[in-house]
Design a binder for this molecule. Structure first.
Ligand code: PLP
Length: 398
């Protein structure tokens, strides 16, 4: 059997070096635990960056994949795909949306949304408007289009010229948003809670005011729920917390319970802009991933997993606040449901590394914000265990 060092040495030779990887070679996972190839156990409070919301290898997802794999792995979108239809039905039943386009990732879902807002502008007779206003500290993906939409310079650095037609305004600043609207603007795209940007919540009432501003100016409102959708915040979709429906919502990450899937959901009138030939994706909503999506949505909507997310979210938040009392370099604890951030006065990289050495997986965004994204099935005992590890690491650091 190859050891972790063997794998790491082999990976060093031929795998592209675009990720700064930790020295963990993933072997298998179950619930909130991940084991490396040598059998060492880790408590996973990163969950594949908000993908494994149901925990690793949820039995319902695994069973649906097994069953579908024995029937049909792939089929072109030239034909009708039952699992895809079922998943679209479930997404529309549980959201503001009427129609769903399926793709393979968050970036692709956002690309689809950005094409749709331009096309809708033309179709609805409001001229060739193309500009999209997004937020500073946002993150929308790594394609040329989505780095252009992303309000973080470091993501665009080295890849210029980016796609024109994006303006960035501070997240939560309504006046700045109002001031950025021009005769070219066709849409506003926001994460209801910013993930990569440091777990940033908007001020109360902000999303509603943005909705009203969009209506006033005839702009489409796009919510990127790639990271915070699918139960992460304690609601099935994060927008439901504020009761503010967008015109378009993008999903990916947790939607398939592990397998890669993305989705763009839109209101009927807006969705009408995507007629035959306007957009597509070979693998989008293929039978295998769509079956996993159906199983995932069933768990999210038919079990008490969202309630557990809310309860454990409160429990974890309180536990993090206890740590805040103990360690003077912890500036703030914030978040909603089970996306929680701990802002530090110091860099977080060493803490992440030391936590990993002691068997806890977390990560750090924007340098100083530790991010906690455990599976939504996490238990009190697992949170207690994680907090004991983290407290030990924080003591070491101070
Ligand atoms: N949008 C948000 C809010 C994200 O957090 C991410 C990834 O972290 C993306 C889009 C891009 O998703 P993907 O990596 O699946 O392309």
């Amino acid at each position: 059997m190859s050891t972790s060092s063997d794998w790491i040495a082999r990976g060093e030779k031929h795998v592209m070096k675009n990720y700064g990887r930790y020295p963990l070679v993933a072997g298998r996972g179950e619930g909130c635990r991940l084991w490396d190839v040598e059998g060492r156990s880790y408590l996973d409070f990163l969950a594949g960056v908000a993908v494994n919301n149901l925990g690793h290898c949820h039995p319902a997802v695994v069973a649906s994949l097994r069953e579908q794999a024995g029937q049909l792995l792939h089929c072109s979108n030239y034909f009708h795909i039952p699992a895809q239809i079922e998943l679209a039905e479930m997404l529309c039943e549980h959201s503001f949306g009427d129609r769903v386009f399926f793709c393979n990732s968050g970036a692709e879902a956002n690309e689809a949304a950005m094409k749709m807002v331009r096309k809708y502008s033309r179709d609805s007779g409001s001229g060739k408007r193309f500009e999209v206003i997004t937020a500073l500290a946002s993150f929308h993906g790594r394609t040329i289009g989505t780095i252009s939409a992303t309000g973080q310079e470091k993501v665009r650095d080295g890849f210029e010229p980016v796609v024109p037609g994006f303006k960035y305004v501070p997240f939560g600043d309504l006046q700045a948003l109002r001031g950025a609207i021009s005769s070219d603007t066709c849409a506003v795209m926001l994460e209801p809670v910013q993930g990569e940007g440091g777990v940033n919540l908007p001020p109360a009432g902000y999303l509603r005011a943005v909705r009203e501003l969009c209506d006033e100016h005839g702009l489409l409102l796009v919510f990127d729920e790639v990271q915070v959708g699918c139960g992460r915040t304690g609601d099935l979709f994060a927008y439901q917390h504020d009761g503010v429906a967008p015109d378009i919502m993008t999903l990916a990450k947790a939607l398939g319970g592990g397998p890669p899937i993305g989705a763009m959901i839109a209101r009927e009138e807006v969705a009408a802009s995507f007629g035959p030939g306007t957009h597509g994706s070979t693998f989008g909503g293929n039978p295998l991933v769509a079956a996993a999506g159906v199983a995932t949505m069933k768990v999210l909507t038919e079990t008490d997993i969202l309630e557990n997310c809310r309860q454990m979210g409160t429990y974890l938040r309180q536990a993090l606040e206890v740590l805040q009392q103990r360690h003077c370099f912890i500036r703030e604890v914030r978040g909603r449901g089970l996306i929680l951030g701990m802002e530090l006065d110091i860099e977080g990289a060493e803490i992440v590394r030391k936590a990993l050495d002691r068997g806890l997986l977390i990560n750090c965004t924007v340098g100083k914000v530790l991010r906690f994204l455990p599976p939504l099935v996490v238990s009190r005992a697992e949170i207690d265990e994680a907090m004991e590890i983290l407290d030990g690491v924080l003591k070491d650091i101070s």
